[in-house]
Design a protein around this ligand. Sequence first.
Ligand code: ADP
Ligand code: ZN
Length: 216
Amino acid sequence: MRFLIFGPPGSGKGTYSSRIEKKIDVAHIATGDIFREAVKKDTDLGTRVKGYLDKGELVPDELVNEVVKDKLESIGMDKFLLDGYPRTVEQAEYLDGFVDVDALILLDVTDDIIIKRLSSRRICKECGEVFNKLFNPPEKEGVCDKCKGKLYQRDDDKPDVIKDRIETYEQRSEPVIDYFKGKIPIIINRCRKADAPIDEMVNSIIGQLEEEELVS
Ligand code: ADP
Ligand code: ZN
């Protein structure tokens, strides 16, 4: 089971992935989480990527490619759900060069949903769990349900950066869908409501994977 989960910022990749990971035997690997963690810990990688993250710009391909390959090698190249990668056609070609992916899960959402969701999104400083003030609030305001860590708003979830991220997605990332078309199954999950129930979406994704006999 080697899956990609793909969609614009705010489409729910991280939220759904952390739940899918509990239901089927895959490891959720999110490049955004890896980078934010590196920035938090002030590692060498963190120093190299911080500027890009703050501005909502893409980290250079060579750097992301290297990070992902190391990570996949460390888990034996199987049973993964990659979130946030590949994000450019160059990254897709690179990934394709060293591992065969079984399916791409595409989250199809509209721009107005993206903006609504991102501006009310809050993240746990400690464990990275994602909440949403409007649609998926924590039990206690400002506090993580999982680890009691403090919740914060990502700098790149502020309105002026959101616009740039959507543009970057359309220009650089959307072509990745075409790259995989005809090569691997594309499991499309449409969402037309900002507050679509998370469990329903997750069950629908897993249901589709089962239907395609992609889950073992
Ligand atoms: P979102 O999908 O909500 O935009 P992510 O957490 O996936 O957020 O990514 C946050 C940031 O990390 C991106 O804006 C970008 O700077 C960087 N990043 C993550 N994945 C990649 C990637 N595959 N290629 C380039 N940059 C990336
Ligand atoms: Zn937490």
